[in-house]
Design a protein around this ligand. Structure first.
Ligand code: SAM
Length: 233
């Protein structure tokens, strides 16, 4: 795993707010009850100012905890809502920043997120952050090695986010596909541009896989995502 260093591009984006971002959501904080949940536990009422403070604090520590940039968190939030995801899996929780963005979207879809982290301190911190965000009813945190834990979890999932060890993507894929990713499901891999060389085997495989449509995109002009859609037929 690589330590994330500020880059000039990152600094540029910080000051410009990401001129070429997919959408302008820099000050966006999801509303507490953005629509009725479709089944599952009901959404909780939360203090938006408090949530905003928590997200700001976590964002400020993003380098320390290798969490996704805020705009990528917003993109995850958008995707979970857009595909009406109900059963989401994340590999690599860190302090819970991306988990909270997805968890807030699941308040609308009525779904659940399972997220796996190997490091005990980060797992403990994520648990605290998830609770502070009022999302403990939506998010199940697992402490363990995701390479082992994915074999134990049941699935199937309709949205899977890989953000743990970059060299492990192919192994994760082989353990999850086909049984644990539904037809019509989305597989999203972070750092597919910035750390492409660490996941070359995975990227080569998924781009020519006959059961998937795959695109590479960047919201921040930096880290990049590899986004794959599993065909329904
Ligand atoms: C890039 S960070 C995740 C950031 C997080 N998704 C976010 O945006 O807030 C990667 C995390 O994966 C964890 N990790 C690395 N290898 C792992 C493994 N085999 N199983 C579970 N977690 C792992 C690291 O400890 C680290 O916290």
């Amino acid at each position: 795993m690589k330590i994330r260093q500020p880059s000039s591009r990152r600094e540029f984006l910080k000051t410009t707010g990401g001129a070429l971002g997919l959408f302008g959501m820099t000050t966006h904080v999801p509303s507490s009850n953005a629509g009725a949940a479709e089944g599952g536990p009901p959404p909780v009422k939360r203090d938006r100012a408090q949530l905003n403070r928590l997200l700001d604090q976590m964002d400020a520590k993003g380098y320390q905890f290798w969490s996704v940039p805020r705009k990528d968190g917003e993109f995850l939030h958008f995707m979970v809502k857009a595909i009406r995801a109900r059963n989401v899996l994340e590999l690599g929780t860190s302090h819970g920043f991306s988990a909270i963005w997805m968890g807030l979207a699941l308040e609308e879809t009525g779904g659940r997120l399972t997220t796996i982290e190997i490091d005990k301190e980060r797992y403990d911190l994520a648990r605290r952050h998830v609770s502070e965000a009022g999302l403990s009813h939506r998010i199940t945190l697992i402490k363990g090695d995701a390479h082992m834990e994915v074999l134990k979890i049941e699935g199937p999932f309709d949205f899977v986010f890989f953000d743990a060890d970059k060299e492990g993507q192919l192994d994760y894929f082989n353990k999850l596909y086909p049984k644990k990713l539904v037809p019509g499901g989305i597989l999203l891999v972070h750092n597919a541009i910035r750390q492409a060389s660490s996941m070359k085997d995975y990227l080569e495989m998924i781009r020519k896989h006959p059961d998937f449509d795959t695109v590479t995109l960047s919201v921040t002009m930096d880290d990049g995502f590899c986004l794959s859609y599993r065909h329904r037929v």
